[in-house]
Write a new protein. Structure first.
Lengths: 549, 161
């Protein structure tokens, strides 16, 4: 309540002091609710709270260089299925901020979202679909010292549900345009350096460090059509924790290295990424390490694979493995791998391009565990730089998009994926591997006045796990505002021959959108932006309303 | 409950007090990594289309591909400009440059890597397409279905008069 009074006072002060200047309000509302039902077909008993809703209302007020805002959230009577239980039965003002911004200075007090470099060392962000909001609460300053040098600083605690983290985070980041500072025109060079530290009470355990820091550097350059970048981070030694318990008092340091290079010109784009992570997890509370709800993460370690577009191509997805685990039923030290992308447009009027052109996208990724020796008794390990670690994930996929005429267009996707079963289900790694081939054909037929129909047929071939699947989607747009769809994933090769059907529709007008769906949700990993959460299989009715104002 | 009432009151004030929204004062980055103030990137004389998209968002790509086929014509007739603001985060942002080139788009592409603009516009889902004139938001549409680009162009013609 206190927060609210402070905020209201700030807002009203702004409003009255500057009555001659007109400010404006903006913000939005999002309401996601579900009504779960018992479904014997997939062995889903409805939980006690059958109706669940997550609501968010964000309000901002801007007046010249000042902005203030707050976000109210409610999870009543419980948060949606699969969200962290810390949200259940809560409702309150979750975040608020006060910001001043001019050309060279940007200061935020309260809750803020910030990112250093690619986020590998620090990123605070919000993803409502994932139930993730790790905003920092404190002070954030961004300052352009010269036209080529910009500085950022953060200081504060991290949001944890409606509470805050045990650790305090401090960080500074500098970004320098070297080519700008030295007036080099042929090459564009950018340098960056960051420090992020976590300060946490050791509760009398003298073996633990009070402050754990991470130090990063990055370099990016562009020469004509070619570009490349490298980012490296080392993290101070810290104890490793598993399920809220320290594994031992022994400390281990961590490292991360990411290299990216690409070539892009009109009609052609190529990009390649390499990343190696060794014991690289960073949480605002050391005991939060490895929690399955992605709470209290300081940095952003996404799975570097293609985010697939269709029902069946999202069955077997990758979840990054950055942790060190020695004293458990399996050992791991991190991951190393690569991703490659190619985009190409066949020009209009050529044989392959046809009248409207043809677009091709190819993607490859390979991720393996680090090749390491472990001495469990002495709590010791040693990892090779690349080595021959166990394969965790491998994906090759092709996508062709083709417009046939003004009325018809199609997309074809083929994917060949291999994944370790422990990645998909979250268990021990290295026991079983799943190989699957997936084909997808999508066609769209346009009619007049925004009417359109879309058809998708998909098939997944596999001798492993739940064997073969077939899926289809039919969607019809009555206008650009109103659409309905019906979809089914049918696991006909598996033991239970299960249909995961769903029907729904959406209506959008201006900045308001309402979507309603009924059906079965296939359980498993739901991944957004390379961060995943597990959702149990369930059946029910869900509604999503978003309004921006 | 008290909180809720207060929020609804605030909500009511906001709904009654705004007629037009300013474009949020947010920084984005150019595809070469330079910081750019969004307000400085808009079309000074006419209408700017700002489209929030991502490399992994199929309807977004369909929309931008569809507009790309008509873009020359639109620019000739109305002088409209399109800013394609990618909300890809660092997982996929490296694919933006290669994809934009591979797709042969003629748009100005900007990056909103930590979603500052997406939050400021309260875009819960993308694509979100907005029309901006004199740095005021004059039209918004979320989602894409085939043919929506024609409706958008009707709006542009109407509003650019």
């Amino acid at each position: 309540m206190k927060k609210l009074v402070i905020l209201a006072t700030l807002l009203s002060n702004l409003y009255f002091i500057n009555a001659q200047e007109t400010g404006y309000f903006y913000g939005g509302l999002e309401s996601n609710s579900q009504w779960l039902q018992t479904d014997k077909g997939i062995n889903f008993p409805a939980p006690e709270d059958q109706f669940r809703a997550n609501n968010y209302i964000l309000m901002n007020y801007n007046l010249g260089k000042f902005t203030a805002g707050a976000q109210y959230e409610s999870y009543l009577p419980s948060a949606l299925l699969g969200y962290s239980p810390i949200y259940d039965n809560q409702n309150n003002v979750a975040t608020y901020y006060f910001n001043y911004k001019d050309e060279n200075l940007d200061i935020t007090a309260g809750y803020f979202y910030e990112q250093f470099g690619s986020g590998l060392i620090l990123r605070s962000w919000e993803d409502r679909q994932l139930g993730l909001n790790n905003a920092l609460k404190g002070l954030n300053i961004r300052f352009n010292a010269t036209k080529d040098l910009s500085l950022k600083a953060v200081f504060g605690k991290q949001r944890y549900g409606f509470e805050e983290s045990a650790g305090t985070i401090q960080g500074i980041d500098a970004d320098l345009s070297l080519s700008g500072a030295l007036n080099i025109e042929s090459v564009d060079i950018q340098l960056g350096a960051s420090y992020v530290g976590r300060n946490q009470d050791t509760e009398g355990n003298e073996a633990l460090p009070t402050t754990v820091g991470a130090y990063g550097g990055r370099l990016d350059f562009i020469i004509d059509n070619f570009y490349a970048g490298v980012e490296a981070i080392i993290k101070d030694p810290d104890a490793i924790a598993n399920e809220g318990q320290l594994s031992s008092n022994k400390l281990y340091d961590g490292t991360a290295l990411q290299v990216n290079a690409g070539y892009a010109k009109k009609g052609l784009g190529i990009n390649a990424t390499f990343r190696r992570l060794e014991n690289f997890s960073f949480f605002s509370d050391r005991f939060a390490e490895g929690n399955i709800y992605n709470q209290q993460v300081i940095n952003y370690v996404p799975g570097l694979t293609k985010q697939q577009d269709y029902l069946l191509t999202n069955l077997y997805v990758y979840n990054p493995q950055s942790r060190l685990i020695i004293e458990s039923f399996d050992q791991r030290a991190g991951e190393v791998g690569t991703q490659f992308d190619l985009f190409y447009s066949f020009k209009k009027g050529t044989t392959l391009g046809g009248k409207y052109g043809t677009k091709l996208a190819v993607n490859f990724s390979y991720w393996g565990g680090l090749d390491a020796e472990y001495n469990i008794e002495n709590r010791w390990y040693k990892a090779k730089f690349i080595g021959k670690g166990h394969q965790l994930f491998r994906d090759i996929n092709f996508e062709i998009k083709k417009k046939w005429s003004k009325k018809w267009s199609s997309a074809f996707t083929y994917q060949n994926v291999i994944v370790d079963k422990g990645i998909v289900e979250g268990g021990p790694l290295g026991n079983k591997t799943i190989l699957a081939n997936i084909g997808v054909i999508e066609s769209t037929r346009r009619f007049d006045d925004g009417k359109a129909a879309r058809f998708v047929v998909q098939h997944l071939w596999s001798d492993d796990d739940r064997k073969n699947w077939a899926a289809g989607v039919i969607e019809y747009n009555f206008s650009t505002r109103l659409a309905v769809y019906a979809a089914d994933n049918y696991n006909y090769g598996g033991e239970n021959k299960t249909h995961y059907y769903s029907v729904g529709g959406s209506y959008s007008k201006g900045n308001t959108r309402l979507g309603i769906n009924y059906g079965r949700q296939r359980g498993g990993l739901i991944c957004i932006g390379g961060v995943c959460r597990f959702v149990p299989e369930n059946t029910g009715l869900s509604a999503n309303l978003t309004v921006a104002f | 409950m008290k909180n809720l009432i207060l929020f609804f009151c605030l909500g009511l004030i906001s709904l009654t007090s705004i007629a037009q929204n300013d474009l949020p004062n947010v920084d984005v980055t150019s595809i070469d990594g330079k910081t750019v103030t969004l307000k400085d990137s808009t079309n000074k004389d006419g209408i700017t289309i700002i489209s929030l998209w991502a490399t992994w968002c199929v309807p977004c790509l369909k929309e931008l591909d569809a507009i790309n086929d008509l873009y020359d014509e639109w620019q000739e007739e109305t002088g409209v400009e399109l800013l394609a603001v990618s909300v890809d985060d660092s997982r996929t942002v490296k694919r933006v440059k290669s994809m934009v080139n591979g797709k042969d788009w003629d748009y100005t592409v900007l990056l909103d890597t930590n979603n500052d603009l997406k939050r400021a516009l309260n875009a819960s889902s993308i694509p979100l397409t907005i029309l901006v004139k004199n740095n005021k938001i004059i039209y918004e549409h979320s989602g894409y279905s085939p043919g929506a680009e024609l409706e958008l162009y009707k709006k542009i013609k109407e509003l650019s008069k």
